[in-house]
Design a protein around this ligand. Structure first.
Ligand code: NAP
Length: 290
């Protein structure tokens, strides 16, 4: 199909996302822009799926031959019971975000964590043999730590709620046989742990728009040997990233993770490489971020 004459016709195939709520999803914009750019006869739509209707919605994927879908909060864990195959690491995580429909057989994976890993690698950050310190032990930290635990030498998860850091770390240690520990996020522990840290990952919402003037860690604890990855994507450069750059650290924004989870899903569904710059620009435009 010629991308200049992009039309939804009787042959157009459907991709979609399920979430609740869903109206703020950037996925339709990212994927439709690339379907059009590559001249693919596909369209991507967002569906608000109430948690009570999730099983029916998954059945509809098979009935309507929806070719692939993303799932977001609150469905990433609960949807697993309705699917046919989960990739081994997503199965251990217990959370997926991408499904491919192969003639009614639904296979799932988690491209959130894979997007984070690809972003780090693309930015020239080596993971193998490194010590990684996470700020925050919620959903984002959990999925990224699962995947990075395959290569990292050591991972420290921290959280203001010590029990949360301990329980996520213990779960990953058990499931991945990883060298990972959970600790309370306070200045004393962070000062001690950061000394030998190579990669610092902020997986808290601290510094996110509109409260941009805060950082989850004091500048005086940072050192120039750190690679600093902030999973926040709005603003593009958080206070933590600014302060880290000022002392000579390499930094990476969460926008790359967001784009790369979409890139990996797109490639898996279509076998084609999307234009990641186009995806990034569409998100920047959609969110109006600076
Ligand atoms: P979450 O589940 O709420 O986890 C955040 C955790 O950090 C919570 O346990 C929170 O504790 C803890 N925390 C808050 N302040 C802290 C501090 N100063 N030091 C240490 N821990 C602290 O949230 P999430 O879903 O993981 O998301 C975290 C961030 O990642 C959000 O900004 C989100 O937008 C971003 N994100 C980005 C992407 C991407 O593609 N780039 C994907 C997913 C998420 P309390 O609950 O007690 O506050």
């Amino acid at each position: 199909m010629d991308n200049k004459s992009y039309l939804i016709t009787g042959t157009t195939k459907l991709y979609c996302i399920f979430g609740y709520p869903i109206e703020h999803s950037f996925s339709p914009i990212m994927h439709n822009a690339n379907f059009q750019d590559l001249g693919l006869d596909y369209v991507y739509i967002a569906f608000d799926v109430h948690p009570d209707k999730l099983e029916q919605a998954v059945n509809a994927v098979r009935t309507l031959d929806i070719k692939g879908l993303n799932v977001t909060i609150p469905h990433k864990e609960k949807i697993i019971q309705y699917l046919d195959e989960i990739d081994p690491i997503a199965n251990k995580m217990g959370a997926i975000n991408t499904i491919k429909n192969d003639n009614g057989y639904l296979k799932a994976t988690n491209t959130d964590a894979a997007g984070a890993k690809k972003s780090l690698i693309d930015a020239g950050c080596t993971i193998k043999g490194k010590k990684i310190l996470f700020l925050g032990s919620g959903g984002a930290a959990r999925s990224i730590a699962y995947l990075l635990s395959e290569d990292a030498e050591e991972i420290i998860l921290t959280d203001i709620v010590e029990e949360k850091a301990l329980s996520v770390a213990n779960e990953i240690k058990k499931n991945m046989d990883a060298n990972i520990e959970g600790k309370k996020a306070n200045d004393r522990i962070l000062a001690e742990e950061i000394k030998q840290t190579d990669i610092l990952i902020n997986a808290t919402p601290i510094g996110m728009h509109p409260k941009e003037d805060v950082s989850p860690i004091s500048k005086n604890l940072l050192h120039d040997g750190l690679f600093v990855f902030d999973v926040i994507y709005n603003p593009l450069e958080t206070k933590l990233m600014k302060e880290a750059a000022e002392i000579g650290c390499k930094t990476l924004s969460g926008l790359d993770m967001l784009v790369n989870q979409g890139v990996i899903a797109f490639e898996w569904w279509t076998g084609k490489t999307p234009n990641s710059k186009l995806m990034k620009n569409k998100i920047i435009e959609f969110l109006g971020i600076k």
